[in-house]
Ligand binder design. Structure first.
Ligand code: PMP
Length: 485
């Protein structure tokens, strides 16, 4: 348009398309401006009859998508990063955006065996071509899957109820616990997260924007040896923190309630990826059981080898829960949720309630779940999470020696947290800097998130197929981003 306008000034006989509204040139330019590069390529390819290599290539800019999103998904966008990422493809440890840029995924714990692992995608695709129906027909997959999940508990937890998400698994676990105990009181950690149903939202104080607890819920102090009331200098802080369960149980009793269940996220993820003393969880379990409650290990974050060494996170605490719930990584992105408990506890529940979930335990979900277990075993990913997690942690700790803003590096396996403080003595949380750091990391091509009640903990949960070179890239990006803060 500009070239033509210029030429028109030199040779007035040449038609001036730029001034010709009927020609539609400006509209065309404005449309092009709204499209992404990949979108333009797609349209040109299609016009030339070139077959499209990708099924759904984005054709709209982020600004356009944000506007649509606000209109269609609610006015409060809940997105990662100041400059949101338009993710179009995943591959191993990488997320690829609409411009073709690759981001190293240190954040998403769902694709535990790597984005789009071919063994899992093949299993899903094969099963979806064969049969996908529900558990009211006999089928091998659901049995094989239940058997393998139960075996990994190393305990008498062998009975499974299949659902579709972590929230549903916790909701059913809560119903099972109230049915078994006849009690109505709930215990959960302060600032915990367990899901979105009404019953589970009540035990998820971190999700509340209003801060009020339901009348039947009591929270336990987070066993935070860095920021909590019992720190490294307190003798036996695990027992001190566990004593808080007595206070919570007593408080329920004063309201005429007994505990039905205590929910614990074995990785203490929302509390900032804590590493409580070894005796903490066991001592809380002892108290909850003495008061008649069941202990529910929410393994939605901590399961599937996330913490290295063991398949389930609770195994790091030397306890055996009464109920386990799993979700997120179970299907590597395909919706899978499972409640695992002792057979007598499940039987008691299903005698009272005809439990059935249409999609829970469907053939395709089970094929996905079985394929994830195959990959974890065949690629020895628990051992990898242990070794690479230790290497990652050491790299971050080396950064802490150079950057005072790092208060502490915590975590086990590939569930790591880096707590940022304004001052190492006061430990004042550096929330603003955490947000800046995460956005800088994103610009460096490394995806991380923030966590904790103050939002000052960088959360790292990469796929378990992470290798040393990925850690090196992430640590280098951290170094550069910290230096630029
Ligand atoms: N429990 C924990 C510990 C979680 O982190 C989450 C999800 N963030 C859930 C339960 C809920 O899982 P979902 O979003 O699949 O319902």
């Amino acid at each position: 348009m500009l070239v033509n306008a210029y030429r028109h000034t030199q040779t007035p006989d040449e038609p001036n398309y730029a001034a010709d509204a009927g020609f539609g040139g400006w509209e065309a330019l404005e449309t092009l401006q709204r499209l992404t590069r990949a979108g333009v390529e797609t349209i040109v390819d299609a016009a030339c009859g070139i077959p499209l290599p990708r099924a759904s290539v984005p054709v709209h800019s982020n600004a356009d998508m944000m506007a649509r999103r606000k209109r269609l998904l609610g006015s409060r966008p809940y997105l990662f990063y100041d400059r949101p990422i338009h993710a179009v493809r995943g591959e191993g440890v990488w997320i690829i955006d609409s411009s073709g840029r690759r981001f190293l995924d240190c954040y998403n714990n769902v694709p535990i065996v790597g984005h789009c692992h071919p063994h899992v995608t093949e299993a899903i695709s094969r099963q979806s071509r064969t049969l996908n129906t529900n558990t009211r027909y006999l089928g091998e997959q659901v049995l094989d899957y239940a058997e393998r999940l139960g075996q990994k508990t190393g305990a008498a937890l062998t009975a499974c109820a299949f659902v579709n998400s972590g929230s549903e698994a916790n909701d059913v676990a809560w119903r099972i616990a109230t049915a078994w105990t006849g009690a109505r009181g709930a215990l959960t950690q302060e600032f915990a997260y367990h899901g979105i149903t009404e019953a589970i939202d009540a035990v998820s104080p971190s999700a509340s924007r209003i801060g009020a607890l339901a009348a039947h819920v009591r929270t336990l102090l987070a066993p935070d040896g860095y920021r909590g009331i019992y720190r490294g200098d307190t003798p036996d802080p695990g027992s001190r923190y566990a004593e808080d369960a007595d206070r919570a149980i007593q408080s329920l009793a004063e309201a005429g309630l007994k505990p039905a269940a205590y929910f614990v996220d074995s990785a203490f993820m929302t509390n900032g990826i804590l590493e409580p003393q070894k005796n903490y969880v066991a001592e809380v379990f002892r108290r909850v059981r003495a008061a008649g409650g069941l202990c529910i290990a929410d393994e939605v974050q901590s399961g599937f080898g996330r913490m290295g060494r063991h398949f389930y996170g609770y195994q790091h605490h030397d306890v055996v829960p009464d109920i386990i719930t799993i979700g997120k990584p179970a299907g590597n992105g395909h919706p899978v949720g499972v409640v695992i408990t002792r057979p007598e506890i499940l039987d008691h529940f299903i005698e009272q309630s005809a439990f059935f979930s249409t999609f829970g335990g469907n053939n395709v979900s089970c094929a996905a779940g079985l394929a994830v277990l195959d990959v974890l075993e065949n690629e020895d990913l628990l051992a990898n999470a242990t070794a690479i997690g230790a290497y990652f942690k050491a790299g971050l700790q080396a950064l802490a020696a150079k950057h005072d803003i790092i208060g502490i590096v915590r975590g086990t396996g590939l569930a790591l947290g880096v707590e940022l403080v304004i001052d190492r003595n006061s430990r004042a949380p550096a929330a603003k800097q955490t947000s800046q750091l995460i956005n800088r990391l994103r610009d460096e091509g490394v995806l991380a998130g923030s966590e904790g009640i103050h939002g000052n903990i960088v959360k790292l949960r990469p796929p378990l197929v992470f290798r040393r070179e990925h850690v090196d890239q992430a640590v280098l990006a951290f170094e550069r981003s910290l230096s630029a803060l």
